[in-house]
Design a protein around this ligand. Structure first.
Ligand code: SAM
Length: 326
């Protein structure tokens, strides 16, 4: 029997998604001494810990916007001493973070997008629709507006757009009509009332498929509250720009909007941009990225059986093969 008092304080509470594949994708770039790998979404430090263990010559710079995640991960990564530098930042601030650390280029970048299992599991954060909790959903609770404020103050048309675009919710109009009626009676504060309202607003047939009917609305609110897509749209090109030639990037997305964005940035980097008809493609038009995955790779059925949260994951990787001369 293990001595329970010997259990490390930061209990790994989740399994890192597609871990082996992420490590394999980044491996060729991380063998050399002095290689720097960025974990743009530290979370509980699962991927970061494995990166430090697998690539003993590499140094890690890890970022998270959630101070609670940084605190837990710091304990987990303490045994690696100064090989790990943890920074409280939003991941589109990566260029400034690297500049402050005096790191001009990096050899690897990993993004594991979305919310961490800790954020989902802690009822008080308001991410989960399965338990009644304050409608917060901010990854950094010290700034920005909460999901309740979005629900209670946004014009109806704006709410419909958010539910449709970020939640791909077909019944956005019906749900928003119900929200507007309800919020006039009494502003929203906790999740259970919203979940119940969504359940009542949806037609019977829509409730029989696709899991909890509140799932899409919660996803949409979370994306809006944290400005997730706007930040990602800046962050992926910035991460590619930070890669040294030969450096590699791997991105795990959890819904089609994220994945589409990643796909577009990678495809643009991997495209030859020469005007048609040139017999030889001059250097400045050559692609600066090589795709490492064919389309998006999915988790195996075994992984999904062990870890339900891996189910929607989509992994894409790319290698920087040329300086930007465009
Ligand atoms: C899925 S979790 C990462 C889990 C991690 N790979 C692990 O193995 O423990 C995503 C993390 O990214 C953080 N995050 C999400 N968006 C962010 C952003 N724009 N900037 C910085 N961190 C972000 C969240 O706070 C969360 O802790």
């Amino acid at each position: 029997m293990n001595d329970p008092s010997a259990t490390p304080p930061a209990q790994p509470r989740h399994v890192p998604v597609m871990l082996r594949r992420c490590l394999d994708l980044l491996a060729p770039a991380l063998a050399e001494p002095g290689a720097v790998v960025v974990d743009a979404t530290l979370g509980l430090g699962g991927h970061s810990e494995a990166l430090l263990q697998t690539f003993p010559a590499a140094r890690l710079v890890a970022v998270d916007r959630d101070p609670a995640a940084l605190e837990l991960a710091a304990k987990r990564l303490a045994p690696f001493g100064d090989r790990a530098t943890l920074v409280h930042a939003v991941y589109d601030e990566l260029p400034e973070v690297l500049e402050d650390l005096g790191i001009p280029r990096v050899q690897g970048v990993l993004f594991d997008l979305g919310v961490s299992s800790m954020q989902l599991d802690e009822a008080g954060r308001g991410f989960a629709y399965a338990q009644d909790a304050p409608l917060d959903m901010r990854m950094n609770q010290s700034s920005g507006i909460s999901a309740a404020e979005v629900l209670n103050t946004y014009p109806p048309g704006e709410l419909v757009r958010i539910l449709r675009t970020y939640g791909e919710e077909k019944f956005a109009r019906k749900i928003v009509d119900a929200i507007v009626r309800e919020r006039e009676r009494e502003p929203f504060t906790t999740s259970a009332r919203l979940v119940e309202l969504i359940r009542d607003a949806l037609p019977q047939a829509a409730k029989r498929t696709g899991g909890n009917p509140a799932k899409r609305t919660f996803q949409a609110l979370r994306i809006e509250v944290n400005g997730e897509l706007a930040v990602l749209e800046r962050a992926i090109p910035a991460a590619v720009a930070a890669l040294a030639v030969g450096g590699r990037i791997a991105v795990l997305s959890y819904h089609s909007l994220e994945d589409r964005l990643v796909k577009q940035v990678f495809a643009a980097g991997a495209a030859n941009t020469a005007p048609p008809g040139l017999p030889v493609v001059p250097e400045q038009y050559q692609p600066r990225l090589k795709l490492l995955t064919r389309g998006a790779e999915l988790p195996t059925e075994d992984e999904i059986a062990e870890n339900r949260r891996a189910a929607p994951a989509r992994l894409r990787g790319a290698e920087r093969i040329r300086e930007d001369m465009r």
